[in-house]
Design a protein around this ligand. Structure first.
Ligand code: ADP
Ligand code: MG
Length: 585
């Protein structure tokens, strides 16, 4: 009996593969630009005609290909970038499957000229027509490579007819050009369409590249982000909330210099803007992540725009917190000079201030009702006077004034105006960050209790706690008994206040269901929040001046001073001009 199974001819197999790799001219642009980057070029020119339908040419000054390699490069699975399967887990290159050139060659008329030698100007040229080598000769070219792709899909009319209008295809090409040129800002890039130079980008720092690509007006929109942890380095810029748009235009994540799409990380950024932009608006960002190559998997999608992170949850948390941190800083100091790359001022920059006498003095004709209107909180005039009079004006170490009202708010000033701080929420924020830091660091401390604490809990409640047992042990708790009906605590992490521990266990049970189901809340984050709640003073508390100052200092040393762990606003600045032009007009 004769067999009906046949191996596909090479060029048919390549055309099928091309279906995955080459969707439209912009896919060719991406693959060719990536090859030039892999070839260590620092000068890359992209020349297109009719939005890539007639010609896509990429000329680089990279390492080039030898006369032998040039004859291999367009064959399927021909790659110089991986030699053994373990290389797949430590990828330093943009491409590695050896699929791009073979796929493109099978659906176009392609010619490649390349020269590896910086001394001679003679390179090798090949021409491939629909996957078939049709010409090979020497050609003049400086060191580097030039790849021309003409008449894409000439041999597959169905695909060619499927292409969109020139303006749509050009848009796709420009998008791809942005994704690659933004993050490779140390490379010169030019883009020429039908003889018109659209971009001419000179090697520069990231911020300048963003501005060259998106225009000068971008400068005032950017807020920098920078964060370094053991497992990820984050760098880049986000847009100030005022510049959020209704479309997702400028959203760029790069991982190890590769543009990626990632809904989870996008959610992290979006949620950091919570309360600052309308739900229908999208924040813009240019964020670059550096992670060890072996902690990501880029093989999950043929065009490699999706990656899987080993430390997904942690990166989410770090990203969200650093975006919030930067937004918080920005809220405090709206007039920061980005041009000079100046670090943000904290509102209480002691370091540069010589000690001076606070400007507030006790004025007997002082009318507290004006303040009442101004800050829109209910205050008791008697208590206010009392709190003000508590300030020790002779203390020269103080370089900013503060006072407390209603046992609930600490009022102070910064360079832009009056600052009103909700002290309970500030306290929660400080504790939360302290706990979270402790939970995420190793090793944890544990202090034995002389008398073990028996927790008064129902079976149902014990069930909730047992779900968290490993995490509780990981943060320093030890249990002398842990059964279905009884829990006894024998040691705890001394970062906690012993008196608050029972309250913590009760809070954890109450909060557990609502909170844990919320996406992206890691257990450490959850427990830090519960702890911050059970440890912070709930009712009014009068604070002496030193306590007010330490609250303020600790708050603004936090990563996210503007919102409590429960997403409530911690402070508000009433700008001087609003006092002048609105409140006291
Ligand atoms: P991959 O990039 O996955 O290795 P490609 O099909 O894109 O596969 O390219 C095949 C090979 O051709 C590359 O591995 C590289 O050796 C060579 N090559 C392609 N483009 C260039 C270039 N611009 N400069 C030097 N070598 C190149
Ligand atoms: Mg490639």
């Amino acid at each position: 009996m004769s067999s009906i199974i046949k191996l596909l001819p090479e060029n048919v197999a390549n055309q099928i593969a091309a279906g995955e790799v080459v969707q439209r001219p912009s896919s060719v642009v991406k693959e060719l630009l990536e090859n030039s980057i892999d070839a260590e070029a620092n000068n890359i020119r992209l020349i297109i005609k009719d939005s890539g339908k007639t010609l896509i040419q990429v000329v680089d000054n990279g390492i080039g290909m030898s006369s032998k390699d040039i004859k291999l490069c367009f064959l399927r699975h021909a790659t110089s970038k991986i030699k053994q399967s373990k290389d797949l887990f430590d990828l330093k290159f943009m491409g590695f499957r050896g699929e791009a050139l073979s796929s493109i060659a099978s659906v176009s008329q392609m010619s490649i000229i390349s020269n590896t030698d910086a001394q001679t100007e003679i390179g090798n040229k090949i021409k491939i027509n629909g996957g078939q080598l049709v010409l090979q000769e020497e050609q003049v070219l400086k060191r580097g490579t030039s790849v021309s792709v003409e008449n894409l899909f000439f041999n597959i009319p169905a695909r060619r007819n499927f292409l969109k209008s020139d303006s749509v295809e050009l848009r796709h090409i420009i998008d791809e050009f942005h994704r690659i040129s933004l993050i490779n800002h140390n490379i010169n890039f030019t883009l020429i369409n039908n003889g018109n130079e659209i971009f001419n980008l000179k090697k520069s720092i990231f911020k300048e590249r963003i501005i060259r690509v998106f225009g000068k007006s971008t400068l005032e929109k950017l807020v920098p982000i920078s964060e370094v942890t053991d497992f990820v380095k984050i760098n880049g810029f986000i847009y100030k909330p005022d510049f959020a748009r209704k479309t997702k235009t400028a959203q760029f994540f790069f991982v190890n210099k590769r543009f990626i799409k990632n809904q989870h990380l996008n959610h992290a950024v979006k949620s950091a803007y919570e309360g600052l932009i309308d739900d229908k608006y999208y924040p813009s960002y240019f964020l670059s992540f550096e992670v060890p190559n072996n902690t990501i998997d880029v093989n999950i999608h043929p065009n490699k725009t999706e990656v899987r992170f080993e430390n997904d949850q942690s990166i989410y948390a770090v990203l969200k917190s650093s975006v919030k941190h930067s937004l918080g800083q920005f809220n405090i100091s709206p007039t920061i000079d980005f041009e000079n790359g100046v670090k943000y001022n904290t509102p209480y920059d002691y370091k540069y201030k010589s000690p001076d006498i606070p400007k507030i003095s006790v004025d007997r004709s002082y009318n507290p009702f004006e303040i009442e209107k101004m800050i829109d909180v209910k205050i008791d005039d008697f208590e206010t006077e009392e709190s003000i009079s508590k300030i020790n004006f002779s203390d020269n170490s103080i370089s900013f004034p503060s006072f407390q009202i209603d046992g609930k708010y600490v009022i102070s000033k910064n360079s832009s105006g009056l600052v009103i701080i909700n002290q309970h929420r500030a306290h929660q924020r400080i504790l939360y960050e302290k706990f979270l830091k402790e939970f995420c660091s190793k090793p944890k401390l544990s202090q034995a209790l002389i008398f073990p604490i028996k927790l008064d809990l129902s079976k149902k409640e014990i069930n909730v706690i047992s779900g968290l047992k490993t995490n509780l042990i990981a943060i320093g708790f030890k249990f002398s008994k842990f059964t279905k009906s009884e829990i006894e605590l024998s040691a705890f992490n001394p970062i906690f206040d012993k008196e608050s521990i029972e309250g913590f266990f009760r809070d954890i049970i109450v909060d557990h269901e609502n909170d844990l189901n919320k996406i992206n809340s890691s257990l450490n984050d959850f427990m830090a929040r519960v702890f911050s709640k059970s440890h912070s003073s709930k009712s009014k508390k009068s604070l002496i001046l030193q306590e007010q100052h330490s609250l303020i200092n600790n708050l603004f040393a936090c990563k996210e001073p503007s919102v409590s762990p429960f997403n409530q606003k911690i402070f508000k600045v009433i700008p001087l001009d609003s006092i002048e032009n609105k409140i006291l007009k």
